[in-house]
Write a protein that binds this ligand. Structure first.
Ligand SMILES: Cc1cc2nc3c(=O)[nH]c(=O)nc-3n(C[C@H](O)[C@H](O)[C@H](O)COP(=O)(O)O)c2cc1C
Length: 330
């Protein structure tokens, strides 16, 4: 029988969470194709999320580094002192451990494991949300990652693969692996984005765990977000599509911006947002086609009432000059 080793609390003393303990942090969600270092810096300069995440970085089980050069750069790219959490997705414990070590060596302070992505099946097997089906692999992977990671180790997960109750059977694994915090998006993996996030599950997870639980999913207005905080007892909120549609959602949740802007205020908001996005994306990406595609990705999440015709026109442009003119006409 192998002798059970107690998990070290940390390699370097106490692990500091990426937010102050008296704060209810508002986090910008990882969104593949949207939350690159340019988007993060736009949000940080404008509405300053308390914590930001990288999009998931796929950990390859082949090669020495397991993360690309660009991913290693992305894992430490934040501005204004806002804590950045580097998110990994993969299914090979050893490769994930190595990738986490490389990310930490590059300067990452907070590592997150993606156990929620519904498109996680790759040629090399299940990963992301599909991992929820394999508690026996998680029972080995989570402690291995915990041992390897000096900074915080968190998990972002869905409520289950097929059944939203599956998460409750996994909570002991999460507790045993001394995970620092959880982000829960209470849908199942097979549900993808259909239906709605069931934050009654978030509330139950909060009650069953002693670590901070961050609520994520379908927060589109400040009123919804504040209600979820109150009803679930969550330690904070993570905003995804709602923030991409309306960056001021962060400010509305802090009660620093009205929930009911006039049309002129909304036009001003969209003008600032899209002009800045276009400027930053023109610096980060290469070539007119790529810049346009990346901005259109963001536009496809903007559903501001009263602006749908103008946004549709922007999605149809074929060059940056036309896009810029439409933004100026807002
Ligand atoms: C386009 C897109 C890309 C996403 N990429 C990621 C990702 O890289 N990592 C991750 O953990 N979740 C990812 N998600 C899930 C979101 O982080 C979030 O959990 C989900 O959208 C629910 O939150 P929301 O309703 O606030 O958007 C993605 C979602 C979308 C729509």
């Amino acid at each position: 029988m192998p002798v059970e080793q107690p998990l070290p609390k940390t390699k370097h003393g106490l692990r500091a969470l990426p937010w102050d303990s008296e704060q209810k942090p508002l986090m910008l969600a990882p969104l593949q194709g949207l939350t690159n270092r340019a988007t993060r810096s736009l949000f940080i300069d404008w509405v300053r999320p308390d914590v930001v995440f990288t999009e998931f970085m796929r950990v390859s089980s082949v090669g020495r580094k397991h993360l690309s050069k660009n991913d290693l750069k992305e894992a430490v790219s934040t501005t204004g002192g806002v804590p950045l959490v580097a998110q990994l997705v993969g299914n090979n414990s050893q490769a994930l451990v190595k990738a986490a070590e490389h990310a930490e060596a590059a300067g990452a302070l907070h590592i997150n494991l993606n156990m929620g992505c519904p498109y996680g099946r790759t040629a090399s097997g299940a990963s992301g949300g599909a991992m929820l089906q394999y508690p026996e692999i998680l029972a080995e992977m989570l402690p291995a990652l915990r041992h390897a990671i000096s900074g915080t180790f968190s998990i972002k997960l869905r409520a289950g693969y097929k059944d939203p109750g599956e998460i409750f059977a996994l909570l002991p694994l999460i507790t045993d692996a001394d995970v620092d915090f959880l982000v829960i998006h209470p849908r199942t993996v097979t549900q993808k984005y259909a239906g709605s996030a069931d934050h009654r599950i978030t509330g139950r997870v909060v009650r069953e765990l002693s670590i901070p639980v961050i609520a994520n999913g379908d927060i589109r207005t400040a009123e919804q977000g504040l209600r979820i905080l109150e009803e679930t007892g969550a330690a904070g909120l993570m905003l995804g599509r709602g923030a991409i549609a309306d960056p001021l959602l962060f400010e509305r949740l802090r009660k620093q911006h009205t929930e009911e802007p006039t049309e002129a205020e909304t036009a001003l908001m969209l003008h600032r947002y899209l002009k800045e996005l276009l400027r930053l994306y023109s610096e980060l990406f290469c070539g007119e086609r790529q810049i346009l595609d990346k901005v259109k990705n963001v536009l496809s999440f903007i559903d501001t009432p009263g602006f749908s015709k103008r946004i549709t026109k922007m999605k149809r442009v074929h060059n940056l000059a036309d896009l810029s003119a439409l933004i100026e006409a807002l």
